[in-house]
Design a protein around this ligand. Structure first.
Ligand code: 3H9
Length: 696
């Protein structure tokens, strides 16, 4: 018996139990334990059937990702599966929680599978830049047919036990603890003398797609629609296709080769990094161990504008009742109407079930007047971004909120401490900065004020996770992590127009890098008039942007901005008028355009942001470089296969980045581009940002 795998005998049934918290990942010890457990049961004449089940919260959730990139240890997952598949006694996988990746592949190697009703089964390897490398690309198509298999493998999303049953992935849903359900199923098949079903030998579900190749190619193309820039989904579809044109053993060999190619590639390295970065971000520095969050059963959101509405929808989506509060009937009605329409559009697209809009709107209650926050455990303010207005709202909240309620501001720039100070309970105040559109974007910057209590921080992190957001705890500064770094980039994009680049050139470099949008298309989307008004208030000029606004070009809302837009379209089209306007403005300023290379654009878009990231780390606004990466991955659509700006910086090399920043500081006469002290130190010492992580 091993430490992590135990074998128990219940007369003729041997139960092999994997017990390796937290998620029973297939570490070398677990693999060895399973192989030995199954072999010992196989060798015991009195055993008639074997059940593989897991202790703890889940069935095996996959290969142990921490082992990737290290020297392989035997037995491999393939060898373990071979032992199971070749067993002359039936082996039953009894699944609960999530059978994912190598976990599902292990189950697919068993002769039968049963699951409890809330189990989920999937092959999410593509999300780590990989493909199933333990036979999943060959056994899953044989279990459920190649169309569903390619959808599951390329999309990476798990299916429910009900769908698994419907599609032949499991034999039964059991209404008992998994090991108990597995045992009774095993007894049944022994009594019935059911023949062993080895998926490797069963090609029946492949026949239709073998006869008509378009069945598979259409399914693969549909599954691959969203894989822009990613290598894994395309390679995974290729591996699955070999279930149709290669014999099983040869296709397994091909799967292995493709798996290794992906595992050793840069994309998977970045995606695996992102997986652990996201989990590290949920750990709050400086909070005493065991700190429990406060209970949140009822939420109030103040402001039914775009942000408030999106935030309220995020809570309703997670089944949490929310009151959305406005100061008058009319804006409340408008806000509720937009939410309703939004849900209906998603339902019409098939994104949510047809009855979801009514159910979710049923959880959102509209109310006029701040006194309606009185029952809320968490109050999120999403009103106009002005300090005076925020202070006024928080002063009133202090009167109406019940004791112990968490008071959050959705401010994207303002000083949380100043907001907290107008209340008598600054310990209950913090920032919860959502990103637009708030019902879609996953990031939530949790802004920790000087006086925020530890359990308030924990509450915010817990609730953010509950509504499927990715929380990152950050400190107070202008723009926090994301917008502060974005400002460093915006400064450069604006400058480019004065030096000779056009919006479309800058945007093309940024989107080619993998960002969903360039800075100018983003400006058009957000509306150029907002910045224009704020510049006027502050007496600041930005001649090109000002000229655009003076010409009535406010962005998408007026059909033209840095680009032009055809009626009803959101696709930016380069506009010769804009080039003319830029030329005229430069002529007035006595400036000449110069040829700017794409390389310079990329460097000046990315490196100043990284430099700002270094300052953010120095000032302890972010606890770890990986937290900054998580902000960019989930708040701004940074391409996951590039890990995040700080990870990317490590790949480029900090020495190069520091040198180029110094160069551009001189070239553009901008001392703020000089490398930050932390960046300079790491570059001089030949180190990386990753070297700053605890234990690195
Ligand atoms: C694979 O299987 C390849 C094969 O095809 C081929 C092999 C040859 N390994 O997410 P949580 C840790 S690729 C190591 O917070 P939840 C995680 O880091 C794999 N560690 O919990 C965290 O640690 P910590 C395919 C893992 O309840 C702790 O467990 N499988 C692994 O929100 C708790 O995790 C996947 O991609 C792992 N595989 O969600 C599944 N998984 O506490 C990846 C988790 O120190 N895992 N950890 O921060 C998941 O999707 C989620 O963890 C899961 C639980 C849904 C299981």
């Amino acid at each position: 018996m091993s430490e992590v795998v135990k074998v128990e005998r219940h007369d003729a049934i041997a139960i092999v139990t994997i017990d390796s918290p937290p998620v029973n990942a297939l570490s070398a010890a677990v693999r060895k334990g399973i192989a030995e457990g199954v072999k010992s049961a196989q060798a015991d004449d009195s055993v008639k059937a074997i059940v593989i089940a897991c202790a703890g919260r889940t069935f095996v959730a996959g290969a142990d990702i921490t082992e990737f990139g290290k020297p392989p240890q035997s037995p491999s997952l393939h060898e373990v599966i071979e032992v199971i598949e070749n067993s002359t006694k039936p082996v039953v996988a009894a699944i609960h929680g999530t059978a994912l990746g190598g976990g599902l592949e292990l189950a697919l190697g068993c002769h039968y599978r049963v699951a409890v009703k809330d189990a989920k089964l999937g092959l999410p390897e593509v999300k780590l830049g990989l493909l199933p490398g333990g036979g999943g690309t060959q056994r899953l198509p044989r279990a459920v047919g190649p169309e569903l298999a390619v959808k599951m493998i390329v999309g990476g999303d798990p299916i429910s036990a009900q769908d698994a049953l419907k599609n032949g992935l499991i034999e039964e849903i059991v209404d008992a603890p998994p090991a108990v359900g597995g045992e009774s199923f095993a007894r049944k098949i022994v009594a019935e003398k059911r023949p062993l079903r080895r998926l490797r030998d069963d090609d029946s579900k492949l026949a239709a797609a073998k006869a008509d190749k378009s069945i598979f190619t259409n399914a693969a193309a549909a599954a691959n629609k969203r894989s822009r820039g990613l290598e894994a989904p395309v390679t995974a579809a290729e591996a699955v296709s070999h279930s149709l044109d290669q014999p099983f053993d040869q296709a397994l060999k091909t799967e292995r080769e493709l798996f290794l190619k992906l595992m050793n590639g840069d994309q998977s390295k970045a995606q695996r990094y992102a997986f652990f970065a996201e989990r590290a971000a949920a750990k709050i520095d400086g909070v005493p161990d065991g700190t429990k969050g406060r209970e949140v059963k009822q939420v109030a959101v103040i402001g039914a504008g775009t942000m408030g509405g999106g935030i309220a929808m995020s809570f309703a989506n997670a089944g949490i009742p929310v009151t959305i509060i406005e100061m008058a009937d009319e804006p409340l009605k408008r806000g509720l109407g937009i939410m309703q329409k939004n849900y209906e559009a998603t339902a019409a697209r098939g994104g949510i079930p047809a009855d979801a809009p009514a159910k979710r709107m049923g959880l959102i209650k509209g109310a006029v007047g701040l006194e309606n926050v009185k029952d809320a455990d968490l109050i999120i303010e999403a009103v106009f971004e002005t300090m005076d207005i925020k202070k006024d709202v928080f002063t009133k909240l202090d009167q109406f909120a019940k004791p112990g309620a968490v008071l959050a501001s959705n401010t994207s720039y303002l000083d949380i401490d100043k907001i907290a100070d107008v209340t008598k309970r600054p310990q209950d105040v913090l920032g919860m900065h959502f990103f637009s559109p708030a019902n879609v974007m996953k990031l939530c910057e949790i802004v920790r004020g000087a006086k925020t209590a530890p359990d308030v921080l924990v509450t915010a992190v817990n609730i953010a996770k509950k509504i499927a957001k990715v929380p990152v705890v950050v400190g107070v500064c202008d723009g926090f992590v994301g917008n502060r770094m974005l400002a460093a980039r915006s400064k450069q994009s604006e400058k480019f127009l004065f030096e000779g680049a056009l919006p479309q050139q800058v945007d093309a470099v940024v989107t080619k890098f993998g960002m969903p949008m360039g800075p100018f298309a983003m400006g058009d989307l957000a509306g150029l008039d907002i910045g224009w008004r704020s510049r006027k208030d502050r007496g600041i000029k930005s001649e090109i942007a000002d000229a655009l606004c003076e010409a009535g070009r406010f962005g998408q809302k007026t059909g033209k901005g840095y680009y032009k837009y055809e009626q009803g379209s959101r696709s930016p089209l380069p506009d010769p008028e804009v080039e003319k306007l830029i030329d005229e403005t430069l002529a007035k300023l006595g400036l000449k355009r110069r040829e700017i290379s794409d390389e310079e654009i990329l460097e000046r878009m990315m490196y100043p942001m990284i430099n700002e990231g270094a300052r953010i780390l120095e000032e302890k606004i972010a606890a770890r470089p990986s937290d900054i990466d998580v902000v960019w991955l989930y708040g701004y659509g940074w391409p996951i296969y590039r890990g995040g700006p700080m990870f990317y910086a490590d790949q480029v090399g900090l020495k190069k980045i520091a040198d180029r920043l110094s160069f551009y500081a001189k070239q553009t006469n901008d001392p703020s581009l000089e490398p930050a002290p932390l960046l300079k130190r790491l570059a001089d010492e030949g180190k990386t940002f990753a070297s700053l992580a605890k234990g690195a």
